[in-house]
Design a protein around this ligand. Structure first.
Ligand code: SF4
Ligand code: SF4
Length: 284
């Protein structure tokens, strides 16, 4: 079973939910779990799990290289490239590796065989075990814009097996990196906060998972008694709200010292038990 924890907006508490759910599964449900942190631009699950990491695995993408003596400056490579990653200017071919998606299109259309490929490093996959939970996460190199290939590598590092539950901590937003992270999941828990921005981005995330046709529910973080805008929206749309973490100063204090909610505040066990019960019910 693969459960994705996503949110339309950054800073909603997605990692808090993912790490605590992993902790609940391992320590209170006796289930093996792997947490896969796909938020490769800003991974932070490891701050809470503090894993003993193995040697990182380098991830590369192919980029074209032009052999000038074979190039006739016909411009076909620039014509085919949909990402403006290769240009033919004044009989010279220029390559912009940061824009290249490694699709190999230019290599296929080059009539003289002037294009070959070399590998370009974009980041690393880390893996280890912390608090008895397996953790895999990616770290995209600073300044690198191409996160989906690294997200795919992080997911491939830990293939789905029948004897464990995998939790995917997704990047924020609703664009390519999130779609890459969420794809192949059996269930999506959308984490939001009860603010106008939170609600706006939740609506976008709901549209996304509806298009992907994956069962989903909503979890509200930092909820307050006088702010029901997310609850009202979910009621109108028929979306179940399966987690409600209140605005609790003690959670912020635990978070600031790198502790999980379930390590510091045992009264929240029931909340995570209900989340798991709901998801297992939907997927059984
Ligand atoms: S490999 Fe694809 S994306 Fe990269 S330069 Fe060639 S056509 Fe463009
Ligand atoms: S397609 Fe090949 S020959 Fe034509 S400009 Fe590009 S590299 Fe040169």
């Amino acid at each position: 079973m693969r459960i994705a924890i996503a949110s339309g907006k950054g800073g909603t508490g997605k990692t808090t939910v993912a790490t605590n759910l992993a902790f609940y599964l391992k320590h209170f449900d006796n289930t093996d779990v792997t947490l896969i942190d796909c938020d490769v631009e800003e991974p932070n699950s490891h701050i809470f799990l503090r894993p003993d990491c193995q040697e990182p695995k380098v991830v590369t993408v192919p980029v074209p290289v032009v052999q000038e003596d074979l190039c006739t400056a016909c411009g076909k490579c620039a014509e085919i490239c949909q990402f403006n990653a290769i240009a033919c200017v004044k009989e010279k071919v220029l390559i912009f590796p940061e824009l290249c998606h490694g699709c190999g299109g230019c290599l296929l259309v080059c009539p003289t065989g002037a294009i070959t490929e070399k590998q370009r490093e974009i980041g690393v996959v880390e893996n280890g075990k912390g608090k008895d939970i397996k953790l895999v996460y990616g770290r995209l190199h600073v300044g690198e814009a191409m996160s989906p290939p690294l997200i795919r590598a992080v997911k491939e590092f830990s293939p789905v097996t029948t004897d464990e539950i995998q939790l995917i901590d997704c990047p924020p937003g609703t664009s390519c990196p999130v779609i890459t992270a969420v794809s192949g999941s059996d269930f999506v828990l959308l984490v939001t906060e009860p603010t106008p921005f939170g609600l706006n981005d939740l609506k976008l995330a709901v549209e996304m998972v509806r298009i992907l046709d994956i069962p989903f529910a909503v979890g509200i973080n930092r909820s307050t008694a006088d702010n029901n805008m997310v609850q009202d929206y979910c009621r109108t749309e028929g979306i179940p709200v399966i987690l409600n973490i209140p605005h609790d100063r003690r959670i912020a204090e635990a978070y600031s010292t790198g502790k999980l909610i379930l390590e510091s505040l045992p009264e929240y066990h029931e909340q995570f038990s209900q989340v798991l019960g709901y998801i297992k019910g939907v997927l059984s």
